[in-house]
Design a protein around this ligand. Structure first.
Ligand SMILES: Nc1nc2c(ncn2[C@@H]2O[C@H](COP(=O)(O)OP(=O)(O)OP(=O)(O)O)[C@@H](O)[C@H]2O)c(=O)[nH]1
Length: 177
């Protein structure tokens, strides 16, 4: 029997190559896959975590960043409880596309969705987007912000656990009111 108290759907979006699949695999399998290929359409993984002694099941949907899959990936936004919008801190174009991603989110996702901005690949030395620039963008758009490295496992656990905790708080609030 599936033993969990809460089930939340978390969807990752963002340009191709920013590290969405690597973030998911780091969190769900504890590894950094060598030679990770591009995602085709949508992939999904599950991990159950403990928050305040309750089991929270996270259904994590990893979408393809490539433009040609956009119509498939959009259909996954609607049921998301949380959306993680990822860019690569060493690749300016992935940051410049964020407004386009936000427009998609506004069009296809629920207005209540928890939105998180993630700057990935902080292990790289060729950073192009300073932390404060990411932070300011997130603040302006009412999003949580975190910088991560899927490669070095930095802030990856924290990212998903924070989401699980926040979604649980919101559901408890809705149940109690
Ligand atoms: N240095 C570094 N490289 C990373 C990190 N995360 C991912 N990569 C590399 O970035 C490339 C793309 O990673 P993916 O996880 O496939 O990216 P994606 O966003 O899922 O790409 P699509 O599936 O095409 O949308 C791979 O070569 C990874 O090894 C990281 O934290 N640090």
């Amino acid at each position: 029997m599936d033993d969990y108290k809460f089930l939340f759907k978390v969807v990752l979006v963002g340009n191709a190559g920013v590290g969405k699949t690597c973030l998911v695999r780091r969190f769900t399998q504890g590894l950094f896959p060598p030679g990770q290929g591009a995602t085709i359409g949508v992939d999904f993984m599950i991990k159950t975590v403990d928050v305040d002694n309750e089991k929270v099941k996270l259904q994590i949907w990893d979408t393809a960043g490539q433009e040609r899959f956009r119509s498939i990936t959009q259909s996954y936004y609607r049921s998301a409880h949380a959306l993680i919008l990822v860019y690569d801190i060493s690749c300016q174009p992935t940051f410049d596309c964020l407004p386009d991603w936000l427009r998609e989110i506004e069009e296809y996702a629920s207005s209540k969705v928890l939105r998180v901005l993630v700057g990935n690949k902080i292990d790289r030395e060729d950073r192009e987007i300073p932390t404060h620039v990411g932070e300011e963008f997130a603040e302006r758009h009412n999003m949580y912000f975190l910088e991560t490295s899927a490669k070095e496992a930095e802030n990856v656990e924290k990212l998903f656990m924070q989401i699980a905790e926040d979604l649980m708080k919101v559901s408890r609030f809705l149940c109690d009111n």
